[in-house]
Write a protein that binds this ligand. Structure first.
Ligand code: GUN
Length: 280
């Protein structure tokens, strides 16, 4: 089975559009990007397009590559204090000269629709999540919508980034899976991946997962987005792995669209929590 993230995300956006319309709320997302990396600029455009589709207002802040950390912090503080902004997203990666961790920590936790603030990651790991990072949350939605159960399964996650690998492991653990979190220093990666009932690769390197590394019937989720000669490929050697897996996400059209739809979901949640559930 091919796990069609594009179709699933479109369904999710349709439902959100209806719910936002009925809510009487006018959620607004602010994005901030530094520099002109074409990939990042493209993602930002896709996020704004999704906002338009579901009826979320959006503002885009576009800073030149050479700005200082202080300049970025100044904009984040202004957005933090702006009562008309529900969600704030700072596109990553930031240029190397900018202190990313300080920028992420400066975003108000109750506007952190990316879920990267340590408060939100901490709540997720404590088992009482508020904002959950969009990619792993989108993957859980994709599994659920395809009736793929997680409880009792052995989930193996390759990659331990704060935006995907670590929160993915926490979500699986919270959903009663047995979790192995692998990374660049894992010995005999194949031994670990071959034990997976559900295998998630979030490495960003083509051919990380080859057919010999996958158990017959496993569910394979490919988070990688890599450009090879103008073509997008994931981390997984798709054609041979597809023959072994019971279900697999394509690249493009798998995890990527789910991430964007989930950002819309989180922005709507931010607006709802602001009016009816001020727990922060
Ligand atoms: N860069 C790549 N993916 C993401 C994401 O989900 N959020 C942000 N802010 N930056 C990213």
């Amino acid at each position: 089975m091919i796990l069609d993230g594009k179709a699933c995300s479109e369904d999710l956006l349709d439902v959100l559009k209806e719910e936002i319309g009925k809510s009487g709320l006018h959620p607004r997302l602010a994005t901030l990007i530094v520099g002109s990396d074409p990939g990042s600029q493209m993602y930002i455009r896709m996020k704004h397009r999704a906002c338009e589709k579901v009826g979320i207002g959006s503002v885009a802040i576009d800073l030149p590559a050479g700005v200082t950390t202080d300049r970025v912090l100044q904009d984040v503080r202004r957005l933090n204090d702006d009562p008309d902004i529900d969600g704030i997203l700072v596109q990553l990666p930031l240029p190397a000269a900018i202190r990313s961790e300080q920028v992420i920590r400066s975003i108000r936790a109750d506007k952190d629709v990316d879920g990267f603030h340590p408060c939100n990651l901490g709540l997720l790991f404590a088992g009482s999540p508020r904002f959950v990072p969009c990619t792993p949350k989108g993957i859980m939605t994709l599994l659920e919508k395809n009736h793929i159960g997680v409880a009792g399964q052995h989930a193996v996650v390759v990659g331990r980034s704060i935006d995907v690998g670590r929160p993915m492991a926490a979500l699986f653990s919270n959903a009663d899976a047995t979790v192995t979190l692998c990374h660049s220093r894992t010995r005999n990666l194949s031994d670990e991946t071959r034990r997976a009932d559900i295998l998630v690769s979030a490495v960003g390197k083509p051919m990380t997962i080859r057919a010999g590394m996958v158990k017959e019937g496993a569910v394979v989720i490919d988070v990688g987005i890599n450009q090879i000669g103008g073509k997008l490929v994931g981390d997984v050697d798709f054609a041979p792995v597809r023959e072994i897996a019971s279900a697999i996400t394509p690249v493009p059209g798998g995890v990527g669209p789910m991430t964007i739809a989930t950002l819309m979901e989180n922005t709507f949640l931010a607006a709802k929590w602001r009016v009816c559930d001020p727990v922060w």
